[in-house]
Write a protein that binds this ligand. Structure first.
Ligand code: GLU
Length: 473
């Protein structure tokens, strides 16, 4: 391929896949099937705007793989939505779910609108109509395809989706499992909102706790004291910044589409969020310096750079100027394969999206399980654990004649709530996935980077579950 050729997002996913496929033993046909997008549904429907005009909306749902059911993946609202993008994102979902052992095929949806240009009433009409289009073609359902939030959508949109779905499917007992990322009052699970950002933190923390990996980068182990830059202050960026700050890292710069700010002493993402809410911009935050361009934040000196917005922000054009030691891909596809080649030369460790940002879908899986089981996590065992722990403490106190301190007692007595279980399930998932990928990477000298190792893991897992192709482990 010529140097100058530009690749689409989907082509870039395919390129990364092909790079990794060489390190697996599967025959070409199997690899072709894994790569292919199984179903693409492109729709157009009209809505009446608040001013009385009719607008035709373009939207998509892609099911990349049916090797497991249901398909799973978010819905984004963005001006940039197109078929290629949704296909790329659906593919990433397949690999992401495989890596973290979440038993779903990959899916993704998109509506080509800038939500800022629509009133809440218009957005509700668009979301409900989109849902009914999905129902019509059997592209949604707890056992078929389960959407979730993505760029430009959140709990509110998921509540509209579940409400539309349940009203069209009366009596369907598991209907709440047709979408995840719902408000807790509508069948959501506690801990879903912060899940992607918290997963990013757990994943990077695990990498930073690996002495041999840190040594190669010239960094000390641990999160404490590390400088972090976060691009994007949406749900994922906000929570990533929050968890890094709360664990002793310094968030020295934050970027949004209107600009970027810097403060060597560290920024508090919540104060910046409130400032942005009040003034409409991240810029002119008290104590911080405005950067000339928002992209400048990607090129500043720091230990950890977290791109948490959209795809293809680090390419062959700017990868040479990136000075971070670690890049944590919180967004989907923020770095292109050409950028990967440059990172390799510059000894930058890129921790890949398809597992690092899997916290969202992991907790979506917990939410879906909760919906199918119709019971809140912790409901059955919380009190039992607390009673048992109380008896153990009493026994220890009577045997030793000493009293356990009030603070320790409260910690030991505590039975797990839903949010405790969700966070611990997420922590376990991210730690296990990091170790699994690192093992593949560090035990094969020919595998050039962590992304390729992640793809190898994903390809092996998807291939072994293709029972209809006669492949058995
Ligand atoms: N949109 C998120 C992602 O890209 C979450 C998907 C989900 O929870 O299904 O991973």
């Amino acid at each position: 391929m010529s140097e100058k050729q530009e690749f689409t997002f989907f082509e870039n996913v395919e390129r990364s896949f092909d790079k990794a496929a060489k390190f697996t033993k599967w025959d070409l046909g199997v690899l072709e099937q894994i790569k292919a997008c199984n179903s693409v549904y492109r729709m157009r429907f009209p809505i009446k705007r608040d001013n009385g005009t009719i607008e035709v909306i373009e939207a998509y749902r892609v099911q990349h793989s049916h090797h497991k059911s249901p398909c799973k993946g978010g819905i984004r609202f963005s001006d940039e939505v197109n078929q290629d993008e949704v296909m790329a994102l659906a593919s990433l979902m397949t690999y992401k779910c495989a890596i973290v052992n979440v038993p779903f095929g990959g899916g993704k949806g998109g509506i080509k609108i800038n939500p800022r240009n629509y009133s809440p009433y218009e957005l509700e009409k668009i979301t409900r109509r989109y849902t009914s289009e999905l129902v019509k073609k059997n592209f949604i359902g707890p056992g078929i395809d389960v959407p979730a939030p993505d760029y430009g959508t959140g709990e509110r949109e998921m509540a509209w989706i579940v409400d539309t779905y349940t009203s069209l499917k009366p009596g369907e007992i598991d209907a709440a499992g047709c979408v995840t990322g719902k408000p807790v009052t509508q069948g959501g699970v506690r801990g879903r909102k912060e899940a992607t950002g918290l997963g990013v933190f757990y994943g990077i923390r695990e990498v930073c706790n690996m002495p041999e990996v840190m040594k190669k980068l010239g960094l000390s182990t641990g999160i404490e004291g590390k400088s972090v830059i976060v691009q994007g202050l949406g749900n994922v960026g906000y929570h990533s910044a929050k968890f890094f700050r709360e664990h002793g890292a310094k968030v020295i710069a934050l970027a949004e589409y209107e600009g970027a700010i810097f403060n060597a002493a560290g920024l508090n993402e919540h104060e910046v969020f409130l400032h942005r809410q009040k003034t409409g911009s991240i810029l002119d935050f008290p104590g911080a310096t405005n950067l000339a361009k928002n992209t400048d934040a990607l090129e500043m000196e720091c230990d950890i750079l977290i791109p948490a917005a959209l795809e293809s922000v680090i390419t062959k054009e700017n990868a040479d100027r990136v000075k971070a030691k670690i890049i944590g891909e919180a967004a989907n596809g923020p770095c292109t394969p050409d950028a990967d080649e440059i990172f390799l030369k510059k000894n930058i460790l890129c921790v890949p999206d398809m597992y690092l940002n899997a916290g969202g879908v992991t907790v979506s899986y917990f939410e879906w399980l909760k919906n199918l089981s119709h019971v809140r996590y912790g409901r059955m065992e919380k009190r039992f654990t607390e009673n048992l722990n109380g008896k153990i403490i009493n026994e220890i106190e009577s045997l030793t004649g000493k009293k356990v301190g009030a603070e320790e007692k409260a910690i030991i007595l505590h039975g797990a709530d839903e949010v405790d279980l969700v966070h611990s399930g997420l922590e376990e998932t991210m730690i296990a996935a990091t170790r699994e990928i690192m093992d593949i990477w560090l035990n094969n000298d020919d595998i050039p980077d962590m992304r390729t190792a992640a793809y190898v893991s994903a390809i092996n897992k998807v291939a072994t579950s293709y029972a209809e192709l006669g492949i058995f482990p």
